[in-house]
Design a protein around this ligand. Structure first.
Ligand code: GUN
Length: 303
């Protein structure tokens, strides 16, 4: 048996086509969705991610505004940029690429973003909304994984899902989304006892540990669906390669379906970021229209 390959490129193309159609509708109403991307420092991987985000935005008709700041930028200067973007009605989404240089408190910066423009879904207001099942802007990578799972399995109710990793960006929001989809959820982390045993009982395994090929065949139940969030750069046979957190070759004959790396979760993250930008633009437009209507009824234009 060989697992079905879950094609993240094809799924992301579908999401991007939906987003492009929504962008066209917004533009017909006079709204140009705009995403501000803030990049601080010289991290090469972050530069690649930001370039890809800007490229995708252009492809679906979203205006992107890049703010590239040197590595020695102070936290106060980053906060100043965010304050200006929060106040700008032409900006609908704000993304601060992580990691930030170590002298900047990441949490301070993320909390400064207006939650309505927080297209990463990292602000505590959005995290709280997600944990209470009333999320509007959800973190892009877990949201992309959910889309792949629904495309592959349909109804997720009652499935036992194991999330390996408990980061704020992936593990925790992933667990919240699976719970909201009525899965039975187990979160494994570096202090878990017998993690292979627990993971080996799961119908769905989400690997988000950031360690190349850590999840081997002994972690996977025959017929499970495996989503590999890892993107690890390694040197192998004199070549630079991208590999996931899952030992792909070992798990392929066991799983029912698996995402490859690259070409699995990665493209979905960017597609869901574009979707969040459109959602944010639509929400802000509705809020502005509701405010204008309330003002008009309180004080009609004749007054
Ligand atoms: N760095 C790695 N993943 C992400 C992400 O999803 N959003 C942001 N802003 N930075 C990241």
């Amino acid at each position: 048996m060989s697992a079905q390959l879950i094609d993240g490129k094809a799924a992301s193309a579908q999401v991007l086509a939906e987003v492009a159609a929504d962008v066209a509708l917004l533009k017909a109403e006079g709204i140009e969705p705009a995403l501000a991307v803030v990049l601080v420092g010289d991290d090469p991987a972050s530069h690649v991610y930001v370039r890809n985000k800007v490229l995708r935005a252009g492809e679906v008709g979203i205006l992107s505004l890049e703010h590239r700041l040197p590595a020695d930028t102070t936290a106060a200067a980053v906060l100043e940029v965010i304050t200006a973007l929060n106040a700008d009605p032409a900006v609908h989404g704000i993304l601060v690429q992580l990691p930030l240089p170590s002298h900047i408190d990441e949490n301070l910066v993320l909390q400064a973003i207006d939650p309505r423009k927080d297209v990463d879904g990292f602000h505590s207001e959005n995290v709280g909304g997600l944990s209470q099942g009333r999320a509007v802007l959800t973190p892009c990578t877990p949201a992309g994984c959910m889309r792949l799972l629904r495309d592959t399995l349909g109804d997720l109710r009652g499935k036992h899902a194991v999330v390996i990793g408990r980061s704020n960006i992936v593990g925790k929001p992933m667990a919240a989304l699976l719970l909201a989809a009525d899965c039975t959820v187990t979160v494994l982390h570096s202090r878990s006892n017998k993690p292979q045993k627990l993971s080996g009982q799961a119908d769905i395994v989400i690997a988000a540990v950031g360690r190349p090929r850590m999840i081997g065949a002994d972690w996977i139940k025959p017929g499970a669906v495996v989503i590999d969030v890892g993107i690890n750069r390694i040197e192998e046979d004199g070549r630079n390669r991208l590999v996931g957190d899952v030992d792909f070759d070992a798990v392929l004959p066991i799983a029912a379906a698996i995402t490859p790396v690259p070409g699995g979760v990665g493209p979905m993250t960017i597609a869901l970021l574009m979707q969040n930008t459109v959602t944010a633009a639509r929400q802000q437009q509705s809020a502005t229209s509701a405010l204008a209507a309330a003002e008009e009824s309180a004080c009609p234009s004749v007054c």
